[in-house]
Design a protein. Structure first.
Length: 726
């Protein structure tokens, strides 16, 4: 994906021992391609951070000649308690190596004078420790002093005092989970360390998750409702180290991009982090007729959730779950023979419900099936059951053969499987699990769980996913984060499978395609996020509603006709545009003609019909142009549109009356709009009306006025009304 160049490229330090050692660590862990990608992402992110830091706080603190000390301390005001314009977004893909990019960014930040680095991670101890260990190990040599929430838990004041000297020497990096008590202690550490005197970088991992104000919607009904606790404590941290950059890291930024422009959680720039070589993502599972996505009957998911499946009758296990397990068994056996490393971990993820009682029930169903299936294969049950077990394996073998040309013969796989299948016992991962993380064993691991196996968690050696989470109202960022089947698993690609119901697969597909459209729109100009689209499947919500002000959110829906509320019409404002449109549209004659043209031409025409933004109104010039531009995305695939130019009977223009009051209600008749919807429902139609501009409240200047009729389809475009192209 192309990224736009910054208007000003600040001079930054691009090399140093800390970065070199960090990249060596990444290279050893995940390969050279991942290290190269992490370095490039870090360079772009730090250039952005230094640029915006200099704009907000002045030059000299950070960058190639940065002092590492705050020259002019930010002074908060009633309207700006947290410095506006300091948020950046690191937008990666699910399981695509964002942590590598953030670790490299931290290493490079230290070299550029950011002496205080704070890393905020999910309130999940397992994930928090995983993140801390990655930063600690990658920055072990020539890096900052690294501490985490357990280090200062008992005496944060003393811990902060002990870090004071390190701030002006090597710098410090503090990792904390987004737990209220841990954040309170972190505030004490920063205060006692005198961190406000040094430039800071806050890296908020999964910033769209726990960091937002979850009381936003409630406060629209009751102004006395305070901000949520985690949001408030993060605000306290930002106030304690006011000269900072706040880098939000996520693969699902819908909730961040839908905040108002003056909101402390709204990013002002973006680094779009691409996936590297060997990444398995949505393009593998969600393209039409993908052999890696297997459909199961929705009724079996309901039976599993409702407890209708009897664990005592192992042979009645639902067909889809049975095939998923047998596919996993054979995939493991194939890789065990081909790779020949007995210590390698392989996993199957069974994710059907967030309720613990359902997870325990499904675990019992699987345990019973595995036990009897193993015995049947080895001839310990009846000959009939052994024959049936082999037939089920053959069904799974045929499934894997679709994508694995080198799949071992079934007899060889069965022989290997019989050695170890008895120990493939499912493990439930939920809040009752004391360690919050799987106890991986060499060989096969069957993990059953819900939320604990969602956002941010990497499942080792994941081969097969059986997914059945099916809320009535699907939330895009939440469901997308459940795509644990994504990641760097190229060596397992041939035996990778996703099992789910057709309607759930369709939701995943819409989410993937909408995410690609959003990434493309941001990638067009990642330095400017004032107007950016959030594409949403029509049956989906972009994010949870409690973090948004519903009065600020609008949507451009499929099949809708939209027009500017306050089009420019005065001669001084539109003469040059009218002259240009006279030339552009000269060949498009016939008021009843709907000419087929390229989408790019519609955008070109729209640029010559400027309007003033109107509060709470859908149309905003650049926003509408971006809607059209995003339609060309492969996922949406609309390359052409219709252009209807109306000039009246004599061709000199319509004689409409200009209305004084705003907003204008539009000039296109319902008949013209309905023709567009009926005859050209799969394409956008731009109806352009040339107004004569004489008398009737006009300025003696002809002017062109637009109405855009959106095509029908499965995507809406959501936005925040406070967005402005200015």
């Amino acid at each position: 994906m192309m990224t736009a160049m910054m208007p000003v490229a600040p001079t930054i330090v691009t090399t140093g021992d800390a970065l070199t050692n960090c990249l060596d660590y990444i290279r050893d862990e995940t390969g050279n391609a991942a290290a190269v990608q992490a370095r490039e992402s870090a360079l772009r992110a730090i250039r952005q951070c230094v640029h915006h830091y200099n704009l907000k706080f002045g030059e000299g603190d950070v960058g190639v000649d940065g002092s590492g000390k705050v020259g002019t301390l930010f002074t908060p005001t009633k309207c700006e308690s947290i410095p506006i314009g300091t948020n950046g977004l690191l937008y990666g893909k699910v399981q695509s190596g964002k942590t590598n990019a953030t670790v490299a960014t931290a290493a490079l930040a230290g070299l550029n004078g950011f002496r205080c680095i704070v890393v905020l991670t999910s309130d999940n101890v397992w994930l928090g420790k995983q993140t801390y260990q990655r930063f600690r190990d990658a920055l072990l040599e020539d890096g900052p002093v690294i501490r985490h929430w357990e280090d200062w838990r008992h005496d944060p004041a003393s811990s902060g005092t002990q870090l004071k000297n390190a701030l002006s020497d090597t710098g410090i990096l503090l990792v904390s989970t987004k737990n209220v008590k841990n954040l309170e202690n972190l505030c004490t550490v920063l205060r006692k360390a005198g961190a406000k005197n040094h430039p800071a970088l806050i890296i908020d991992d999964e910033a769209d998750n726990a960091s937002l104000d979850t009381n936003t919607a409630r406060r629209t009904r009751d102004s006395n409702v305070p901000p949520s606790e985690v949001f408030s404590h993060i605000a306290d941290i930002r106030k304690l180290i006011p000269n900072h950059m706040y880098l939000q890291v996520t693969a699902t930024p819908q909730s961040l991009l839908l905040q108002g422009l003056d909101h402390p959680s709204r990013p002002v720039f973006c680094e779009v982090s691409e996936s590297g070589t060997g990444y398995i993502g949505g393009e593998l599972f969600f393209t039409p007729s993908s052999p890696y996505a297997c459909l199961v009957d929705a009724s079996e998911l309901n039976d599993l959730k409702s407890g209708k499946v009897n664990p005592g009758d192992s042979w009645s296990i639902p067909k889809g779950l049975r095939l998923a397990l047998c596919t996993f068994f054979l995939g493991y056996a194939h890789k065990r023979i081909m790779i020949a490393k007995p210590s390698t971990v392989y996993s199957a993820l069974i994710h059907i419900c967030h309720r613990r009682i359902n997870q325990e029930h499904v675990s019992q169903v699987i345990r019973s099936f595995v036990t009897d299936f193993d015995r049947a294969l080895r001839g310990q049950l009846s000959a009939t059951k052994q024959t049936q077990a082999v037939a089920w394996l053959k069904e799974a073998w045929d499934e894997l053969k679709k994508t694995s040309s080198e799949l071992m013969p079934l007899d060889a796989l069965r022989t290997r499987l019989e050695k170890t299948l008895r120990n493939a016992i499912p493990e439930v991962i939920n809040a009752d699990n004391p360690t919050e993380e799987p106890e991986y064993r060499p060989g096969m691991n069957i993990l059953v769980g819900g939320n604990r196996l969602g956002r941010g968690v990497t499942i080792k050696g994941l081969m097969v996913t059986y997914y059945g989470r099916d809320p009535k109202q699907k939330v895009m960022d939440t469901v997308h984060q459940h795509a644990r089947m994504f990641g760097y698993r190229s060596q397992l690609r041939d035996v990778t499978r996703l099992f789910t119901a057709p309607h759930i697969l369709d939701a995943f597909r819409q989410i993937y395609e909408a995410d690609e459209a959003t990434r493309t729109a941001i990638g067009d100009d990642p330095t400017n996020l004032r107007i950016k689209p959030v594409w949403v499947g029509t049956s989906l919500r972009p994010t949870r509603s409690n973090v948004l002000n519903p009065a600020e959110i609008g949507a451009i829906s499929p099949g809708r006709a939209i027009f500017p509320a306050d089009p420019k019409w005065k001669k001084s404002e539109v003469k040059k545009h009218t002259d240009q449109l006279d030339k552009l549209l000269d060949g498009f004659t016939g008021d009843e003609e709907y000419h087929e043209v390229d989408i790019d031409f519609l955008v070109e025409v729209l640029r010559e019909m400027p309007s003033n933004p109107y509060p709470g109104y859908t149309w905003e010039d650049r926003r509408v142009q971006q809607v059209l531009e995003a339609m060309k995305r492969e996922a949406i695939g609309i390359e052409k549109g219709r252009l209807n130019v109306r000039r009246g009977k004599d061709g000199k223009g319509l004689e409409l009356t200009r209305k004084e009051e705003l907003p204008w209600k539009g000039f296109a008749s319902s008949q013209w709009v309905n023709t567009s919807k009926t005859d050209y429902s799969e394409q956008p139609t731009l109806i352009v009306m040339k107004q004569r501009g004489e008398g009737n409240g006009w300025d003696g200047q002809s002017v062109y006025l637009p109405t855009l009729v959106l095509p029908g389809g499965q995507y809406a475009f959501m936005f925040n009304y406070s967005d402005s192209g200015d």
